[in-house]
Write a protein that binds this ligand. Structure first.
Ligand code: ATP
Length: 370
């Protein structure tokens, strides 16, 4: 029998993070009530800028350990610009979780929902359905992250290090190929694009070499290559032709926001960070202090991140009910946009956080999947 009971560590965090987390779990509960077949045991972990202001710590004393023992971590949004650590940086314990639990594969789906705002006039923009896999633990963020906080700047010069390792790059490529396989089995084209700058940097020639080595293990997936600058252009000109794209940390940081912008922006941007033994899900937006507590936040990115969590856990555990619950939530968002029932303020609509949550709940209750 497949696993049906899961521990979820919730770090709701700051600002709208707490608001959209509540919305996401309300929708998850509705989907769960409909499908049955699994239980989520939620445990809240106090973390973030507000917690730091009140206690001097950025996460509960045993918070990281508890998060590591859970089947999945779910983060709302962490950090407030006005609250800083003594070295001037924003409070970001979730970045430590990424390092500590080696969450190397950042997954950012970019999917157009018919009826949702879109940036491109071409009708084919309704068909955008791609996934960006961004390496999350090394690359150009290697020295910016927890690895090395020593000064790299003086009066005359500033340096950063871009580091790629074989071990992470191999696992990243395998992850991306497996995702492309899974998507192919449900009707996508089954193509993985290696995005790099292998014509200029040795590090990216190394990345591409490893991509090619791993590709040999996935003969059913078509492989393609793009230099990052050309890929940026293609993402704007014909994103509907793309399937799965894998890339270094900084390239992924930039292109995933660009791609997200094509289909509605931050309020729609769900994301996951996956490692070999741990996984974390979170809306890609921040705590948005300018709108917190005003019933204005768009909860869809958080809700869709919740669906990703169900999908990933269900897939890993072979739990079909969880997969079904994930699809119900996606269907609810799709149905809601299609018939004009989801009109978030973020996109100029008249629906705040509560109205949006209520609407997604009712679409989830009504949703039918094949
Ligand atoms: P971070 O650095 O933590 O990612 P940020 O400063 O880059 O944060 P966000 O907090 O993600 O930016 O958002 C920028 C602005 O976009 C917010 O100030 C807010 O106005 C808007 N925004 C972001 N997320 C949402 C949302 N879910 N609903 C509505 N508006 C949002």
């Amino acid at each position: 029998m497949s696993k049906d009971s899961f521990e979820i560590a919730i770090l709701a965090g700051d600002g709208i993070g707490t608001e959209v987390t509540d919305a996401a779990f309300a929708v998850i509960e509705a989907a769960q009530a409909k499908t049955g077949g699994f239980h989520l045991h939620r445990q809240e972990i106090m973390a973030g800028a507000g917690y730091y202001r009140d206690t001097g710590r950025d996460i509960e004393p045993d918070g990281e350990e508890r998060a590591g023992k859970a089947d999945a971590m779910y983060v709302g949004a962490i950090g407030l610009p006005a609250i800083r650590a003594t070295d001037g940086t924003e409070i970001a314990p979730h970045l430590r979780l990424r390092e500590r639990f080696e969450l190397y594969a950042g997954v950012r789906p970019v999917k157009a929902y018919k009826g949702a705002p879109r940036m491109l006039l071409d009708e084919r923009a309704n068909e955008i359905d791609l996934v960006i896999i961004r390496e999350c633990t090394e690359g150009l963020f290697y020295t910016a992250a927890v690895h090395d906080r020593s000064p790299k700047t003086n009066q005359d010069e500033a340096r950063e290090t871009l580091r790629l390792t074989r071990s992470v790059t191999e696992r990243l490529c395998d992850f991306a190929f497996r995702l492309a396989e899974r998507r192919k089995s449900s009707g996508s084209q089954g193509m993985l694009t290696c995005v790099d700058k292998a014509n200029v940097f040795q590090a990216f020639a190394f990345f591409r070499k490893i991509f090619d080595e791993r590709a040999a293990h996935f003969p059913d997936i078509e492989k393609s290559y793009a230099y990052v600058d050309a890929q940026a252009l293609e993402l704007v000109k014909k994103p509907w032709e793309l399937d799965v794209l894998v890339m270094e940390n900084m390239f992924g940081d930039i292109l995933s926001d660009l791609a997200g912008g094509l289909v509605g922006g931050m309020g729609m941007a769900a994301s996951a960070e996956i490692g070999d033994n741990h996984c974390l899900f979170q809306p890609a937006h921040g705590s948005a202090p300018d709108i917190m507590g005003q019933d204005k936040a768009n909860p869809l990115a958080a809700i869709l991140s919740g669906a990703m969590m169900l999908d990933w856990l269900g897939w890993q555990a072979g739990n079909d009910k969880m997969l079904e619950a994930a699809r119900l939530i996606e269907q609810a968002v799709s149905d809601g946009f299609a018939d004009g029932g989801l009109r978030p303020m973020e996109f100029g609509g008249n629906m705040g956080l509560q109205d949006m949550t209520t609407a997604v709940l009712s679409y989830t209750n009504a949703a039918k999947i094949d």
